[in-house]
Design a protein around this ligand. Structure first.
Ligand code: IPE
Ligand code: IPE
Ligand code: MG
Length: 221
């Protein structure tokens, strides 16, 4: 199943800075999250043309439950709205949507929408869009270890390029195993301002890097 999407690169994005984007405009944090959903749309749209076949977006971390209830509830509503509004477009554009993370703590309506969207988009073969919701990489690794055998079999594909917006430079419990050899690009851009051009610039930067995977290459010999 994964091999359908192995032709391009796997880009993972920590979409950070919605709150600061809103605060700098005197708006409530949820306005930042709403604007962030627009940036998700733009990013998904521009990904295939940049040679991206797998896109993993960090939408809500398990630690994000520590935020005020009105913010977490608002984020859950926004996620549901995104799925409602984007499912048709995903089907039309060959985008296969898959959620990673815990489901048991999400609102029932959101779980239903996730399952329905996963079903409806299952035939997509242009882009695998993985939405990390109530996601903790440590938890995912622990769950994989409990299953036994090769952990990679139970976890997602290796990340080629990891992007984090907003100037922070940390992983915040995102894809710890899968980022073993990921190239990292940190940008000061706040997530709601992130554009297709920013994504293209990050991919260009990635293509200039030399990945060695521990070996000696022509450039280092
Ligand atoms: C990222 O933006 C979105 C989520 C974590 C859900 P933040 O909400 O973390 O924005 P900042 O970091 O407070 O600016
Ligand atoms: C990580 O961002 C989670 C998401 C982007 C969904 P946070 O803003 O929650 O991370 P910290 O708290 O700054 O590390
Ligand atoms: Mg943040």
């Amino acid at each position: 199943m994964r091999s359908t999407f192995s032709s391009g690169i796997h880009v993972a994005i920590i979409m950070d800075g919605n709150g600061r984007w809103a605060a700098s405009r005197g708006l409530p944090r949820l306005s930042g999250h709403r604007a962030g959903a627009e940036a998700v749309r733009r990013t998904v749209e521009s990904a295939p043309a940049l040679g991206i076949s797998v896109l993993t977006l960090y939408a809500f971390s398990s630690d994000n439950w520590r935020r005020p209830r009105n913010e977490t509830a608002g984020l859950m509503k926004l996620l549901a709205r995104y799925l409602l509004q984007e499912a048709d477009r995903c089907v039309a554009n060959g985008v296969r949507l898959e959620a990673i993370g815990r489901r048991d703590r999400l609102p029932a309506a959101l779980i239903e929408l996730l399952e329905e969207t996963e079903r409806r988009t299952a035939g997509g073969d242009k882009l695998l869009l993985r939405l990390a919701i109530d996601y903790s990489s440590r938890q995912a690794i622990q769950d994989a270890a409990a299953k036994g055998g090769d952990l990679s079999q139970h976890l997602g594909p290796d990340v080629d390029l990891l992007i984090r917006t907003s100037g922070e430079q940390r992983l915040s419990d995102f894809l710890l195993w899968e980022c073993a050899y990921a190239e990292m690009v940190f940008t000061r851009r706040m997530w709601p301002d992130f554009s297709g051009e920013d994504l293209a610039a990050a991919v260009e930067e990635f293509q200039r890097r030399e990945r060695r995977f521990g070996a000696v290459t022509a450039r280092t010999a």
